[in-house]
Design a protein around this ligand. Structure first.
Ligand SMILES: Nc1nc2c(ncn2[C@@H]2O[C@H](COP(=O)(O)OP(=O)(O)O)[C@@H](O)[C@H]2O)c(=O)[nH]1
Ligand SMILES: [Mg+2]
Length: 162
């Protein structure tokens, strides 16, 4: 059996969560090296979770899941948020993507509490760090990355792997 035949249930499910426009889809594309998810500066571009089974060095056989923003609004928006939250039940490792210039807001903090309640290990990825004057060092579960400028993408993957 080749690695690509690994059944979905045996693969680690790595899900990317966060507010709209923080760069979740961009980061998914950077981490996977593929154009899996549509990227734009329009709020609510990702309307449904996007899943892809793949091999990623140095992690191995995984399923990568991109999700809609957890601050989406309106009737459809609320349905998208529910779709995103439903992904929690199949998540082994969560990546909370945050805009590095804005930092964690209340919605992000509530989500980290949700991860903790559900015993889901998580990493906070401060994206768009290319827009900061100086890139802060990574800590045990926080890292500054840039999906656009390919900064600390490999390091993020190493953190997921550990
Ligand atoms: N400067 C900068 N812009 C980024 C970065 N990552 C994403 N963006 C931009 O942020 C906007 C939203 O990106 P997207 O991936 O669609 O965000 P999502 O809504 O969280 O999935 C797009 O205009 C991206 O080009 C980054 O690392 N640096
Ligand atoms: Mg998106």
């Amino acid at each position: 059996m080749s690695l690509n035949d690994t059944p979905s249930g045996e693969r680690k499910h790595i899900s990317f969560f966060g507010l709209r426009n923080v760069g979740k889809s961009s980061l998914v594309n950077a981490v996977t090296g593929q154009n899996l998810s549509l990227v734009s500066n329009i709020l609510g571009t990702t309307t449904d979770p996007v899943k892809k089974a793949m091999e990623i060095l140095p992690i191995g056989a995984v399923v990568i899941i991109d999700t809609p923003g957890i601050d989406d609004e309106g009737t459809l928006g609320k349905m998208r948020v529910k779709r995103a939250m439903d992904i929690l039940s199949e998540t082994d490792i969560a990546i909370l993507v945050v805009d590095a210039q804005k930092g964690l807001n209340e919605t992000d903090k509530n989500l980290t509490k949700e991860f903790e309640n559900k015993n889901i290990p998580y990493i906070v990825a401060y994206n768009k760090c290319d827009l900061l004057p100086k890139i802060p060092k990574q800590t045990q579960n926080e890292i500054y990355v840039s999906a656009d400028k390919n900064i600390n993408i490999y390091e993020l993957k190493e953190m997921i792997f550990m």
